[in-house]
Design a protein around this ligand. Sequence first.
Ligand SMILES: Cc1cc2nc3c(=O)[nH]c(=O)nc-3n(C[C@H](O)[C@H](O)[C@H](O)COP(=O)(O)OP(=O)(O)OC[C@H]3O[C@@H](n4cnc5c(N)ncnc54)[C@H](O)[C@@H]3O)c2cc1C
Length: 376
Amino acid sequence: MQTITLSDAAAPKPATPELGATVSALADTELAPLAVRIDRDGLYPEPFLRRLGAVGGFRPVAAADLSSQVDVIARVSEVCLSTGFLAWCQSALIWYVRNSPNAAAREAWLEPAAAARLLGGTGLSNPMKAFFGIERLRLKARRAGDGFIVDGTLPWVSNLGEGHVFGTIAECVDDGSKVFFLAECGAPGVEIKRAGPFIALEGTATYAVRFKEAPIPYRNVLADPIDGYLSRIRAGFVLLQSGMALGLIRDCIAIMREVEPALGHVNRFLEVQPDALEAECAAFAREAQALAEDPFDPSPGHWRRVIALRLAAGEATLKAAQAAMLHAGARGYLASARPQRRLREAQFVAIVTPATKQLRKMLHDLDDGPGVQRPQ
Ligand SMILES: Cc1cc2nc3c(=O)[nH]c(=O)nc-3n(C[C@H](O)[C@H](O)[C@H](O)COP(=O)(O)OP(=O)(O)OC[C@H]3O[C@@H](n4cnc5c(N)ncnc54)[C@H](O)[C@@H]3O)c2cc1C
């Protein structure tokens, strides 16, 4: 079992007290009533995302204030993980654009995405796995003027729809170099096809994306080559995911506390108790905040701590959701009940890239040198 060293930093910082309170109020009033439909009917909460953008919910990541953005994602995930994940997708998109060395790309995309007038996400699962020796890059590019032509398919990209955009990576067939670019859904050669249905996260507008001779103009090229750029964005990409874990764990603690008056006399015999989970969750939040202080820290030690936090928070999410279910008992087993939804959602935190197995491989490779690679 990998362990993380928890920092003694100060208590977690909210996304400015005003923004934090606004996001929670918005989530309670406008998102909570939709959570069951998002989960069961696959309702895509686009109006909520746009409202979140309008109240400044994506401004922190645009300003590289990742601690506050983690807090926003946590507050949304506390109510609904589908929407928390969508908030992460949007945050990752903004993170890619704000860190692009291409001024034309920043000029075209940063402000609309930060305000959530433009929605979108990230297709980095395949590249993340490719860079850690798990699979091959699925997208191929060839140079065309100051842009590229891209071919290939990505099986799952969320927060999509006509006119939405997402960041991803292709391998150049000319010289084996890699290009990081923004794809526009519905642009020539870029087709999206609904994926799923899934057991949870059904409201995440998740699509397979097929590139067929798709032209990528210069203003969509975020990095070429990608080397220095990837090391600038990687910690933020993973760190922002801790918001999903924090929010979900907090709601699992709330579930346990809600049933305490009726069931506390017997629930006290269960192994996982809310006080201990609360302490663990607070430690994760402190560590996320400490690591977010310099998301561009290039040191291997910082990167290792980011991975270790992500792994520990994912595993604690599974533990918390399982415990919430055990505390709630049969009332949590109803198809409309929160505990069973949180249990299904928790699995996603552990399997979304970087998945638990990948995080364990990454730590292994960092500590013991590159281990098993995908057979060629
Ligand atoms: C609801 C949902 C939303 C997602 N949103 C995004 C997103 O926005 N961006 C993004 O980049 N990734 C997204 N993913 C993919 C996700 O991040 C992981 O890559 C995926 O869960 C598999 O990760 P893994 O490491 O466990 O690989 P494994 O499950 O071990 O899979 C190995 C490979 O097989 C492929 N594979 C497995 N089953 C299928 C299948 N039925 N059809 C096609 N390919 C398959 C996987 O994509 C992967 O390349 C999403 C997945 C889900 C379930």
